[in-house]
Design a protein around this ligand. Structure first.
Ligand code: SAM
Ligand code: FES
Length: 351
C-alpha cells in the first residue's frame, strides 16, 4: 500500500476502511503529511472557500457535577474558584459580541445543576428575542432527549458534545460519571431533534493508541456531524494526569486533515487548545482544513477560572482585542474572517 494512493482514495471517496486508516497513521512520513494537508486544504477550498467562521464563546458557568478525570473544572477539584454568570451578564456578553459583529454565540459550561431546563430555555429565549438573526450553540453536556428538545424549541440551533474518544475502554478509563453508550445516545438524540451537531475528540489522551484514533474517524463517518472539534489533550495541574505528556500539534493537525477528507462539508474549529500548545497552532490548524475559530466573549474577570488545562491562551484580552487578534492571525495565514452565522453548507436555517 502506498500512503499517497490511500490519501488520493480518501480525497476521492471520502472514505477508507479501518486497516487503511491505521496504515496511514502508522507509516506516514513528513512529505506524505504535507500531501495530506494539501489535499485537505483543497477540499475545504472547494466547499467553503477561504472563509473562516467566527463564533463568540461565552463560558457561562464552571460549576460541574461530574468528574472527567482530565478536566480542570471537574466537580471534585477543590482548587477551582467557581462562578456562574447571571442572565444579565450573559446578555451583556451577547451585546458586546453582537456589536463586534458576531452572529453565533456558543454558550458553554460545566454540568451545573443550578441551570435547570427552565433557566436554559429562558436564556435561549432571551438571547433569541434580542438577536433573532443569531445562531445559538449550546455545550452543556449530557441531557435527556426531552431537555434537548426543550432547548431546541426555545431556539437553540446547534449543540456541541464531544465524544472525547470512540474507544469504549479509553472512555471508561477517563470518565467517572459519564457512560459511553449514553454519550452516543445523546449525539443521536441531538441529530434526531434537528440540531446541527458538533462532536469531537482529544488527541494524545494518556494511553490512547493509533487504533483508538482510527475508531474516532470511523465514528465520525457514521454519525456525520455538522461540526467536529479536535484538540490536543493538555494536562491540568489539579488532575490525575498532571504529569502526563499532552497531545502534539503534529498529531492533532493530522487528525484535522483526515477529518476534513472524511467529512468535506464539516465545520472544523481551530481550537483554543491547539493555540495553547503552540503560538501559531490555530493558524496551522486552519491551513490543514479547519474553518472555524471561537474567540472568547466571557468577561475577563472569569476567564482564568474556566481553566480546563494548563497554559490556556486568551485569558486576559477583552472581547474586542480577541477579535482583532484573531482577524490578524486569519489574514496572515491567507484566509478571510466571516462574521455571518456560518451554518453548515447543507443546512436550511430555521429563520
Ligand atoms: N460540559 C460540557 C461538555 O462536557 O461537553 C462542555 C464543557 S467541557 C470543559 C468542553 C471540552 O473541553 C470537552 O469536551 C473536552 O474535550 C475539553 N477538555 C476538557 N479538559 C481538557 C484537557 N485537559 N485538555 C484538552 N481538552 C480538554
Ligand atoms: Fe464538567 Fe469538565 S468535568 S466541564
Amino acid at each position: 500500500m502506498q500512503i499517497v494512493n490511500l490519501i488520493d482514495k480518501l480525497y476521492k471517496n471520502n472514505d477508507l476502511d479501518y486497516g487503511e486508516i491505521l496504515f496511514i497513521l502508522t507509516h506516514m512520513e513528513k512529505e506524505e503529511k504535507n500531501y495530506l494537508i494539501q489535499k485537505s486544504n483543497e477540499t475545504r477550498m472547494k466547499v467553503y472557500g477561504n472563509k473562516v467562521y467566527m463564533r463568540g464563546l461565552i463560558e457561562f458557568t464552571n460549576y460541574c457535577k461530574i468528574d472527567c478525570k482530565y478536566c480542570g473544572i471537574n466537580g471534585r477539584n477543590k482548587n477551582v474558584e467557581r462562578y456562574r454568570l447571571s442572565l444579565e451578564d450573559i446578555l451583556k456578553c451577547c451585546d458586546i459580541g453582537y456589536k463586534l459583529g458576531y452572529r453565533t454565540f456558543v454558550l458553554q459550561g460545566g454540568e451545573d445543576p443550578y441551570n435547570s431546563d427552565d433557566r436554559i430555555v429562558n436564556m435561549v429565549t432571551e438571547i433569541k428575542n434580542r438577536y433573532p438573526d443569531t445562531a445559538i450553540t449550546l455545550s452543556i453536556g449530557e441531557k435527556s432527549y426531552e431537555s434537548y428538545e426543550k432547548y431546541y424549541k426555545a431556539g437553540a440551533d446547534r449543540y456541541l458534545l464531544r465524544h472525547e474518544t470512540a474507544s469504549r475502554e479509553l472512555f471508561e478509563r477517563i470518565h467517572i460519571h459519564s457512560d459511553y453508550d449514553n454519550r452516543l445516545k445523546c449525539l443521536w438524540d441531538l441529530k434526531k431533534i434537528g440540531y446541527q451537531v458538533g462532536t469531537g475528540f482529544m488527541v494524545g489522551i494518556p494511553t490512547q493508541t493509533k487504533e483508538d484514533l482510527v475508531k474516532d474517524l470511523l465514528l465520525l463517518k457514521k454519525l456525520a456531524p455538522e461540526m467536529v472539534g479536535i484538540g490536543p489533550f493538555i494536562p491540568h495541574k489539579d488532575t490525575v494526569y498532571r504529569n502526563e505528556t499532552g497531545g502534539s500539534l503534529e498529531d492533532t493537525i493530522t487528525m484535522i486533515a483526515l477529518t476534513r477528507l472524511f467529512l468535506p462539508n464539516a465545520l472544523l474549529p481551530a481550537t483554543t487548545a491547539l493555540g495553547s500548545i503552540q503560538p501559531f497552532g490555530r493558524e496551522q490548524g486552519i491551513k490543514a482544513g479547519a474553518n472555524v475559530v471561537m474567540p472568547n466573549l466571557s468577561p475577563t474577570s472569569v476567564r482564568e477560572k474556566y481553566s480546563l488545562y494548563n497554559g490556556k491562551i486568551c485569558t486576559g484580552d477583552e472581547a474586542a482585542e480577541c477579535r482583532s487578534c484573531i482577524e490578524n492571525r486569519i489574514a496572515s495565514a491567507g484566509f478571510t474572517m466571516d462574521m455571518s452565522r456560518g451554518d453548515h453548507i447543507q443546512w436550511r436555517s430555521k429563520i
